[in-house]
Design a protein around this ligand. Structure first.
Ligand code: HEM
Length: 529
């Protein structure tokens, strides 16, 4: 009996050895990371949770908390979080290494864990070697010629938006206060469906399109709701107990059904031998289905990339366009100069052709608007954080050692507030981006789209969309803040989502620049959100 028991204990010990060794190795790695980063300044470290309170405060209010961190600890900050070590890095020299070093090209597992339910495995959350293969296949579908073809869609959708919000505008004085952000969400979602997915909207009703777009916007909120609450990490617990579970699953199902519907329709077109749409070059989905690149991706991979583009593209673009509109309302001098430039290119309000659709050739003439968009991206970059995990030890130019297994966080808003790269950083000044004022600026000092091999593949798309939408809206309206609203970005509070969101919405009022001609029928009342 005793021998049997001893044998059993010995067998159990043998079985447990690999787990014990793994645990010992894991603890060793955690201790090593903590030891090697001990001297990096940062907020108070509590037992077990580390600097979690400071991290959560930063996620809740990225702008104000960031300012406090910068003032207190400088441009490299250490935040140990439970068993992880996060180094927040803001110096451009350091960012250059973070964005280009092969040992810092990997996205942490949280990207797949938190986004996978809605976008699957796409460019944003896959790693090498798959990432390089997908990126190479997709890049030609965002060629400049193709983007030029998209401007007509952007202009059309911007006019739809302008007609919708016209109902809330007034002549000679600001109209009613409303939140413009959902309007831009609808506009960006519809533009992405028509361009990247090359989905003919004619086979979807207005209500269906609106429902899809609303689901996209809800996705942004619900994903981050869960990501910021570690107690909802477990799927079963979340599904059974959270009051957000229904929304979470509904939006994930809506993303899936929207993309599958388009994919099925496109595949049917292809089998019926229908020619591709009349474009000089083919856009994303047509390109992926009709070129040899289609062989590189399975149908499931393609579906996930479409979901990724829809999700990333619509939430970021909605944010950028809302923030530009808010900037116009808050900085009256800037808005006046934008109006002046628009009037020079299109004609003064009410003159023939002043409200014609934007064409690609116009965009090159809107240099001040472009500088304004860049200044919004500097002061209030829509993507608040970008994370990497070190697969090996890397020494940064500032001297900070990033040990293997440590997380590196880039915070574009922090880099954009460093005085030596952007003097007087809390002043809103589009002329910082005049060529003479940008000469000699560090190439990694302005990183709203990240940089290097994992930079934003949709950067030019986003800039063209924002420029076209703003040029369309601002020709028709002057924008005002709500009474008592913020007087500058320093008074705007934001919440962190996958993108930043202005707390309480982007509340503005619109004043028509040319009165609606008598007898013009009112546009339909905008649908409630
Ligand atoms: C103002 C608008 C936008 C901003 C500020 C922005 C910013 C960014 C940033 C910072 C990243 C890096 C994220 C990370 O590494 O964690 C990124 C990646 C990405 N963006 Fe954008 N983005 C914008 C618009 C768009 C649009 C319109 C699209 C699609 C048409 C798009 C598609 C993507 C994709 C697919 C990635 C992953 C790229 C990769 O890892 O290879 N983005 N974006």
């Amino acid at each position: 009996m005793a021998t049997a028991l001893a044998a059993l204990c010995a067998a159990a010990a043998v079985l447990l050895v690999p787990y014990a060794l793994r645990l010992a190795r894991y603890i060793g790695e955690v201790l090593r990371r903590n030891r090697l980063t001990r001297d990096v300044p940062g907020p108070r470290v509590y037992p077990v949770v580390g600097s979690l309170p400071a991290f959560l405060a930063l996620m809740r209010d990225p702008h104000d908390e960031l300012r406090k961190l910068l003032d207190k600890y400088g441009s490299t900050v250490r935040l140990p979080l439970l068993d992880r070590t996060l180094l927040v890095v803001m110096e451009p020299d350091d960012l250059q290494v973070v964005c280009t070093h092969p040992a810092l090209a990997t996205k942490p597992v949280e990207y797949a864990r938190f986004l996978g339910s809605h976008i699957g495995q796409g460019l944003l959350n896959i790693n090498e070697p798959l990432h390089r293969r997908h990126r190479k296949a997709i890049t030609p579908s965002l060629h400049l010629d193709i983007l030029h073809d998209f401007v007509a869609v952007f202009a059309k959708q911007a006019e739809v938006l302008a007609d919708r919000v016209d109902e809330r505008a007034a002549d000679g004085a600001p109209g009613e206060v409303f939140n413009v952000q959902p309007e831009f969400g609808r506009m960006a979602g519809a533009a992405l469906l028509q361009t990247v997915l090359t989905a003919p909207l004619h086979n979807m009703t207005e209500a269906e399109t609106a429902a899809h777009v609303d689901a996209l916007n809800e996705t942004n909120l619900v994903i981050v709701y869960r990501a910021l609450r570690p107690w909802w990490t477990n799927d079963t617990v979340f599904r059974l107990l959270s009051n957000q579970a229904e929304k979470f699953m509904r939006t994930a199902a809506a993303m899936e059904s929207m993309v599958c519907r388009v994919l099925n329709a496109k595949t049917a077109e292809l089998s019926a031998g229908l020619p591709p749409p009349p474009r000089r070059r083919m856009a994303f989905l047509d390109h992926m289905l009709r070129s040899k690149e289609s062989e590189v991706m399975s149908r499931a991979e393609l579906r996930d990339e479409l979901k990724t583009f829809l999700f990333v593209g619509s939430s970021t673009s909605m944010d950028l366009m809302s923030l530009i509109t808010l900037a116009m309302a808050m900085y009256g001098d800037v808005q006046r100069r934008v109006h002046q430039e628009l009037d020079e290119v299109f004609g003064a309000p009410g003159t023939p052709g002043w409200d014609r659709p934007v064409v690609p050739e116009d965009l090159a003439h809107l240099a001040y608007l472009e500088r304004t968009i860049k200044e919004v991206l500097r002061y209030a970059p829509p993507v608040p954080f970008v994370f990497r995990i070190a697969t090996d030890d890397v020494r940064l130019p500032s001297g900070t050692l990033v040990p293997r297994g440590a997380y590196v966080g880039m915070v574009p808003a922090g880099t954009h507030r460093l005085e030596r790269h952007f003097p007087d950083p809390y002043r809103f000044d589009p002329d910082r981006f005049l060529p003479e004022n940008s000469a000699g600026r560090h190439p990694y000092a302005f990183v709203p789209f990240s940089a290097g091999s994992r930079n934003c593949i949709g950067m030019r798309y986003a800039l063209m969309l924002a420029k076209t939408a703003t040029a369309t809206l601002l020709r028709r309206f002057a924008v005002h803040t709500a009474p008592g609203g913020p007087r500058g970005f320093h008074e705007v509070s934001v919440d962190t989502g996958a993108t930043i969101m202005v707390r309480g919405g982007v509340q503005v009022r619109l004043q028509r620049r040319a009165p609606r001609p008598p007898g013009t029928p009112s546009p339909p009342t905008p649908a409630a959100h």
